[in-house]
Write a protein that binds this ligand. Structure first.
Ligand code: K7E
Ligand code: CUA
Length: 683
């Protein structure tokens, strides 16, 4: 049935593919061109006003260093979680409380690159406690608390460069991992780049992650100087093992584009981390100097603190035989994904023509039989034929990542042929293909890397959108596409743009975290040193050239809202506490000329803004978050006088607060600092 309209769509589709410069392969797989939505797609993604989505999806923001939270199936953007980048929507990394979270051994790093969100698991299934994510450039891992959607902990990884194979979790969340994408000389040694083979090493770090606030590197395994790209833990029978892909086994250090693509096969590294634990327990690890930071938000004061760490335990695999094996894997593999049963390890060989699948059972047998093909740097290389369970033939071009539906099927993203390919575990036959627009990187099924996937949808996380949306100048929107996988055939349901480049994503049913949300921080428990718990506690104090202003924010005023006695040359700290105890009643604070930031205060939280006035005058400050009908009245003034001026410190407060103070006056002890508390008479 070719109506003129269908024909037009078909032609348009072909033109589109040509324009995008993609292999014709992608187009030949399509039948309907650009519009592939199935007939009932709209009703399947429609979430009526006032109703909730079924899933929370956490999409890496890629080079924006954050996490986008979307509802599925609607694709509605709910929130950005601030992690490795300063975020002007939350004040993360700008206010004094959260600045320490971005501290590293290189100083404060206000912008990093995230790739892989990873949900914590219990017995191999996402449990909704935490979300972990990696920083690529200055290797770090972060913990996000899913009751607050806030980052509570960040750990830097030393002896690492490009923390890409990270932060994948073990089934019990005892460990998350981080492996070096770039091999580097250990301990920042100053060596010739041409000494790569002798001096450059990779590391694979196992990070203790099941104790909030106490993330730490349990041990770091020294690996040959290859590039370690991705990893996944074993589960079920393969529990206790971790699998990493490596490329550049050529150990090229220039023109990798060419020189790292010479070998027909690179490796998958199989790491027996329980055996590594034993070796460490037997004292075979070595404590070496290292320089890295651990940053934690204190639960009660909402203030972050940084701790500088000075050593790390490393393990040389040759000192601990049986800890690492190499499995030859074609060709420059990218993803490594373990199926829900834990038997199959699927590699995505970017440049390979098949999808190779290793068998854990066969791997165990090959190890027992010593079916080795030599060794590399003392690490046994298993024979390819001895570990391979099967190869998916003609899957498409450029397989990258695989997720599972829990019904015996695997879904692999094909970057070059721009499609998602469904195939069957065990028979390795291709069952279905869905073109995606365009050039998919990761794909994601809720729970799709766990023991029990919720195999209803797959989300395609695409690199290029070209003609999919209204154009927005030289840089076009990034994109996700939602596909129904509940039936035999995949059905395209929805395109939605994403902010940042979503490399990987994870999702879980909303009910796992929806009812655990913190609604406000308890003021009574707020232990911030500059908290005010009532309007009457506001005030201004001086200590040398430092002025501290404690202030309450409540609908719809600040207390105090008139401040005098600040002088040029002072550094002023506004400590503003939102004393509301109501869900979602947020206030902001901005003062003219503050270079550093504004503030946003969640109910019950204290935030601090540093302000160095540059000229005398009277400066307004105001609330930046529309909080009530009288939000526009939520403002005040701070007066700045010349250095050495005799204008006294003055902080007024409201009449209500004055009344409170009068009754409490008797009980109050005075501060040792020169202090002016209210009564603010005009001078
Ligand atoms: Cu394939 Cu960094 Cu996981 Cu991007 S990575 S796609
Ligand atoms: Cu508070 Cu607007």
């Amino acid at each position: 049935m070719t109506t003129p309209k269908h024909l037009r769509t078909l032609l348009l589709g072909a033109a589109t593919c040509a324009a995008a410069g993609l292999a014709f392969y992608a187009c030949s797989a399509t039948t309907g061109g650009a519009n592939l939505a199935s007939g009932d797609a709209a009703s399947k993604v429609y979430v009526p006003p006032g109703q909730y989505d079924q899933y929370y999806a956490f999409l890496s923001g890629g080079y924006n260093g954050q996490i986008g939270v979307y509802g599925l199936p609607s694709g509605r953007l709910l929130k950005f979680v601030s992690v490795f980048s300063q975020n002007p929507e939350t004040g993360w990394g700008y206010n004094e409380e959260t600045k320490p979270m971005l501290q590293t051994s290189f100083g404060s790093i206000p912008w990093d690159d995230t790739h892989h969100p990873e949900l914590s698991q219990t017995d191999g299934v996402p449990d909704g406690r935490w979300l972990f994510i990696n920083a690529n450039n200055t290797p770090r891992v972060a913990r996000v608390d899913l009751t607050t959607f806030e980052t509570t902990e960040i750990l830097q990884i030393p002896n690492s460069a490009g923390g890409h194979a990270s932060p994948f979790t073990t089934p019990d969340t005892k460990y998350i991992v981080s492996a070096t994408r770039f091999s580097v000389p250990m301990h920042n040694a100053d060596v010739a780049i041409s000494s790569y083979k002798q001096n450059f090493k990779g590391t694979v770090s196992f990070i203790r992650a099941d104790q909030p606030g106490r993330m730490d590197i349990a041990f770091q395994i020294l690996m040959p100087g290859y590039n370690y790209d991705l990893g996944h833990a074993g589960k079920g029978p393969s529990d206790g093992w971790f699998f990493f892909t490596t490329y550049n086994t050529e150990q090229a250090y220039e023109k990798l584009e060419l020189n790292a693509s010479q070998n027909d096969k690179d490796f998958m590294a199989a790491v027996n981390y329980r055996a590594a634990e034993q070796c460490i327990a037997q004292g075979k690890g070595k404590s070496v100097p290292a320089d890295y930071f651990h940053n934690v938000v204190d639960e009660k004061s909402h203030q972050a603190r940084s701790e500088r760490k000075t050593s790390v335990t490393t393990l040389d695999p040759t000192a601990c035989p049986g800890v690492v094996y190499f499995l030859p894997t074609p060709k420059s593999p990218h993803g490594v994904d373990v199926d829900p049963s834990g038997e199959y390890m699927v590699a995505g060989g970017k440049l390979a023509t098949v999808i190779p699948v290793h068998s854990f059972t066969k791997m165990q047998k090959a190890i027992a039989d010593k079916a080795f093909d030599g060794e590399e740097y003392g690490i046994p290389v298993l024979k390819y034929g001895a570990t391979i369970a099967g190869e998916v033939q003609k899957p498409g071009l450029g397989p990258l990542h695989t997720e599972f539906d829990g019904k015996g099927n695997a879904y692999t993203s094909m970057f070059i042929s721009s499609e998602i390919v469904k195939w069957k575990l065990g028979t390795w036959e291709v069952l279905d293909r869905m073109p995606v627009y365009y050039s998919v990187g990761h794909l994601m099924i809720p729970g799709g890397d766990s023991k029990k996937p919720w195999g209803q949808y797959v989300l395609s996380l695409n690199k290029i959108t070209k003609d999919r949306y209204l154009p927005t100048g030289p840089e076009l929107s990034q994109s996700a596409q939602l596909i129904d996988i509940s039936g035999n055939k995949m059905k395209m349901l929805l395109d939605f743009p994403t902010i940042g480049e979503p490399h990987y994503a994870q999702a879980l049913p909303a009910e796992l975290i929806r009812n655990k949300q913190v609604k406000f921080y308890r003021l009574a428990e707020n232990s911030h040193p500059s908290v005010v718990k009532a309007e009457s506690e506001g005030g201004i104090t001086r200590s040398g050239k430092r002025v501290d202003i404690k202030m309450a924010a409540i609908r719809s005023h600040f207390a105090p809202d008139n401040l005098e006695g600040v002088q040029l040359g002072d550094t002023v700290y506004f400590h503003v506490t939102n004393i509301e105890q109501d869900w979602d009643i947020v206030h902001g604070f901005a003062v003219q000329g503050a270079e550093n930031a504004e503030l946003i205060m969640a109910p019950g939280a204290t935030r601090t803004l540093k302000w160095v006035p540059k000229a005398t005058g009277v400066y307004p400050f105001y609330c930046t978050d529309f909080c009530s009908a009288l939000h526009q009245e939520m403002q005040g003034y701070v007066r700045v006088s010349p250095a050495g001026s005799n204008v006294a410190l003055m902080a007024n407060v409201s009449r209500k607060a004055q009344a409170q103070m009068a009754s409490a006056a008797a009980n109050r002890k005075d501060d040792s600092h020169e202090q002016h508390k209210p009564a603010g008479k005009e001078r």
